[in-house]
Design a protein around this ligand. Sequence first.
Ligand SMILES: Cc1cc2nc3c(=O)[nH]c(=O)nc-3n(C[C@H](O)[C@H](O)[C@H](O)COP(=O)(O)OP(=O)(O)OC[C@H]3O[C@@H](n4cnc5c(N)ncnc54)[C@H](O)[C@@H]3O)c2cc1C
Length: 417
Amino acid sequence: MKEKDIQEKTLKCFSCIKKPCQTGCPLNNNPEAFIKLAKEGNYEEAYYLLLETTVLSSVCGRICPHSKQCQGKCIRVKIDKAVEIGAIEAFIGDMGLKNNWYIKLSPLNNKKVAVVGGGPSGLTCAAFLRRNGYNVTIYERHNYLGGLLYHGIPDFRLDKTLLKRVIDNIISLGIDVKLNKSIGKDFSLEDLENQYDAVFLGFGANLSSKMNIPGEDLDGVIGGNELLESNNHPDYTDKIVVVSGGGNVAMDVSRTIKRKGAKKVYVIYRRDAKESPADMKEIEDAKEEGVEFLFQHNILGIYGKYKVEKVEVIKTELVKKEEDTRLSPINIEGSNYYLSCDYVVMAVGSYPESNIINSLGIKLDDRGRILIDKEGHTSKEKIFAGGDVAGTISTVAFASRAGRDAAYAIMEYLKDK
Ligand SMILES: Cc1cc2nc3c(=O)[nH]c(=O)nc-3n(C[C@H](O)[C@H](O)[C@H](O)COP(=O)(O)OP(=O)(O)OC[C@H]3O[C@@H](n4cnc5c(N)ncnc54)[C@H](O)[C@@H]3O)c2cc1C
């Protein structure tokens, strides 16, 4: 985006005293203050201000669900339209990368921390630790860093060249990286406990959940997370694909499949558009690309002789239940019908690899995620965790916040050691 356009966007900000946008940001970024600096053309100061809370401005500015976070709280929403905080943040972040504005580093101390997983939580934890003088090593299963930023969010939403620059900028702080190293396979948590003063676990939750309906084992039923991560797609020519879910994975996987030439892609979601976890803009973008939505529909079963041939769906109505914050879908009896299809992609949530997580010897919560307190301590001394593996709200900003919180908790823990 051009500077002129960004300047126009900054003019929309009222510089409110209460700063509701800041409370809407999971990272507690201060949009009122960085927008004021940007308005004055002082992008460098704005960049340094952002660095106090985040190392992912260029990323979050582009792919955060802004309407549900900072922009959703902007008081301009009540007048016309929220200030485009995301676009301004991305511009400032990009300026920092372009101009090599450096993150200030404390001199190295003698404490060593291992970070497992190079996604947003791990990268952020590593960056905040290194900035404060700690020796950090990231262990990553793949031969690249970024986690879901790299293999989840498609290129058409987050340019991978830009992402590489963001990651290189973080690693160039002096963070050691060990690629192709998987916890539970190449090393154990015990190995890290023996070698490091503290450990952060941020290895995500990348296995697709199932719906527990008939037919999920049929050939042609695919996990959305696995499909995006492996990028190993079948030939969709003349095929009809049903995607089950209403969040980020459903949006990205349905658009990817449509772009790869499927005849029809249906997204089936049991609530309505406004109740879906996906940003409204993403739903609109998917519709524009030809993805069809069956909101307030549930899948009852998947059927076929040898492989997927059809799904049975039923319409739902939304009712208010006292204990729920969102409206709950109830199947409407007698409204079921069959929909022919060739593939069904599950995008209804994800969970961490149980063989790995169960071998760690740390307490898990009732959903099988690593149990942590508010700062990221696990049940084991010197082991911290955060992000999707610990059931943090599944967005980049929340994962990054968890990594930052854990970094501060680790510093506090190591202070007197
Ligand atoms: C398709 C998709 C689209 C999304 N879109 C958005 C979006 O637009 N906006 C948004 O805010 N959020 C989005 N999200 C959610 C967001 O990407 C995640 O919440 C966030 O990436 C979680 O960060 P994390 O660091 O906890 O885990 P991850 O990003 O999953 O990173 C975990 C890292 O650990 C590595 N790892 C895994 N197992 C091991 C192991 N055994 N040993 C060593 N390393 C390991 C992985 O390779 C990975 O690099 C999306 C998610 C998906 C799946």
